[in-house]
Design a protein around this ligand. Structure first.
Ligand code: MG
Length: 399
C-alpha cells in the first residue's frame, strides 16, 4: 500500500543543469566523484531513502546525458529504475526548474521538493521535514541563522548598509511547495531572474515560511568544498578491507593479449573461456575477496555458456557495483603482471585509465606494475601470464 509519509504524494526535482564554472575543470561539480561515486548519485539516493515512493526527476544540461547516465548507473537499480526520464535544463536555473516542473505535470503529486544536485548530504529528517512544511504552509524553505555580519556595498566597494543580523537567514534546499502553487508562480515569473524558488513564490505573492536547515547540508561549490565532502564520506567508511587476487592464463597462437581492457599486440594470445584478461580477473577477484563475497568463478561460472568470449569488463564492473551496493568505495587497486613478453610498460597508463573508467574511479587510485620472473618457471618459459592484485575497499560498519 502506498503511503503519503513515504512520499506517495510527493515529487522531487533535482536541479543539475549548472555548468559549475566556479569550480574549474570541465566536469560540472554535480558529476564529480565523491567517495568514488558521482555527487548526483548520492543526492538521488538521499531522497530515495527519505521518500521511497516519491517521483524523482533530474533537470540536466543537454550536453550531460552521458554523465547523467553514469550517475544513475552508480545507484542501486531499485532506485535508478524509479527515476523519470531527465528534464532538459534551460539557460538559467529558473528555466531548468520550470522544465522540471513541466516534466512532473502528469505525476499528480500534491507536493514538490526542489533541490540542488550539489547538496548530497540532505538528511532523511531534513527531507521529511520539508515535505511536512509544504503540507502545512504551501511554500517553505530551509534556513539557517547567519553568524557573519552581512554588509551591503555599492559599486565603488563602499559599505552602504548593515542589516540587522537577527532578521537575516541563509537559505538552503530542498525548498518545498504545493506543486500547483510553484508551477503557477514559475509561469508568472517567466523572463525574470530570481535565484531561488522561494523568491519565485514570494514574487507571486505567496507567504513563504521557513524551517530549520541543517549545517551538514553543505553545497559543493569549490574544490575546497569537495575536499571537505570527501573527508566526510571517508569518515563514514571506517571498515577498511584488503582483498587479494591471483590468476594465470596460458598462451596459444594469436596476435594480441588482453591486459586490463587493452589489446596489446603480441605473437600469441591468452587461452580462456572469456577474453582471458588475466589482469582484470585478478583485480576482480581481489575486490570479491575484500567483500568476502565469493570469487569470479562463483559469480560467473565458466560452465555457463553466456560468459564464453565475454569481455572481462563485465566481471570487473559487477564487482565494483557490489562495493557500491554495500555503500562502500574502492580506495585503491594495485595490480602486477608477470611475464617476459609482451612489454606492459608502454601500455601502463592506458590500462590504468581503462580500469579506472570501468570501476568509476579516478586514475590516481589505480596502480599497475609489471615484472618478469627472470626466465624462471612457466612465465619465464613464456608459457603464459600470471597476474596478482590487491583491492583496498572502505565500507560502512555493518554493511
Ligand atoms: Mg582467469
Amino acid at each position: 500500500m502506498t503511503s503519503p509519509a513515504n512520499g506517495a504524494d510527493t515529487a522531487v526535482l533535482i536541479v543539475a543543469g549548472g555548468r559549475g564554472s566556479r569550480f574549474g575543470g570541465d566536469v560540472p561539480k554535480q558529476y564529480r566523484l565523491l567517495g568514488g561515486r558521482p555527487v548526483l548519485a548520492r543526492t538521488i539516493e538521499a531522497f530515495a531513502a527519505a521518500l521511497p515512493e516519491a517521483a524523482i526527476v533530474v533537470a540536466i544540461h543537454p550536453d550531460d546525458m552521458a554523465r547523467y547516465q553514469a550517475a544513475l548507473a552508480a545507484v542501486p537499480e531499485a532506485i535508478s529504475a524509479r527515476a523519470l526520464p531527465p528534464a532538459f535544463g534551460g539557460a538559467t536555473r529558473q528555466a531548468s526548474v520550470r522544465n522540471g516542473l513541466d516534466a512532473l505535470a502528469h505525476q499528480s503529486r500534491k507536493i514538490v521538493l526542489i533541490h540542488d544536485a550539489a547538496r548530497p548530504f540532505a538528511s532523511v529528517e531534513l527531507i521529511r521535514t520539508a515535505r511536512l512544511a509544504a503540507l502545512d504552509h504551501g511554500a517553505a524553505v530551509p534556513c539557517q541563522a547567519v553568524t557573519d555580519t552581512i554588509k551591503t556595498v555599492d559599486a565603488a566597494g563602499v559599505i552602504v548598509g548593515t542589516p540587522d543580523r537577527a532578521s537575516l537567514r541563509a537559505v538552503q534546499t530542498p525548498q518545498a511547495f504545493a506543486y500547483d502553487l510553484i508551477l503557477s508562480a514559475h509561469r508568472a515569473a517567466e523572463g525574470q531572474e530570481l535565484t531561488d524558488d522561494g523568491a519565485v513564490a514570494e514574487r507571486a505573492g505567496h507567504r513563504v515560511h521557513v524551517f530549520d536547515g541543517d549545517p551538514a547540508n553543505m553545497k559543493i561549490t569549490t574544490a575546497a568544498d569537495l575536499a571537505a565532502a570527501e573527508q566526510r564520506v571517508a569518515a563514514a567508511l571506517q571498515d577498511v578491507r584488503v582483498g587479494q587476487g591471483y590468476d594465470v592464463h596460458a598462451f596459444e597462437p594469436g596476435d594480441s593479449v588482453w591486459l586490463g581492457g587493452i589489446a596489446i599486440p603480441h605473437t600469441k594470445k591468452l587461452l580462456g573461456h572469456s577474453d582471458a584478461d588475466v589482469l582484470m580477473h585478478a583485480i576482480t577477484d581481489a575486490i570479491f575477496g575484500a567483500l568476502a563475497d565469493g570469487d569470479i568463478g562463483s559469480h560467473f561460472p565458466p560452465s555457463d555458456p553466456q560468459w564464453k568470449g565475454a569481455a572481462s569488463e563485465i566481471f570487473l564492473a559487477y564487482a565494483a557495483k557490489r562495493v557500491r551496493e554495500r555503500g562502500g568505495m574502492i580506495a585503491h587497486i594495485d595490480g602486477t603482471v608477470i611475464c617476459e613478453r609482451p612489454k606492459v610498460g608502454p601500455y601502463r597508463d592506458a590500462i590504468r585509465a581503462k580500469l579506472a573508467e570501468i570501476m568509476g574511479l579516478p586514475i590516481e587510485r589505480v596502480a599497475i606494475k609489471a615484472t618478469t620472473s627472470e626466465r624462471l618457471g612457466f612465465t619465464g618459459r613464456e608459457e603464459g601470464i600470471a597476474a596478482l592484485a590487491t583491492a583496498t575497499i572502505r565500507l560502512p560498519f555493518g554493511a
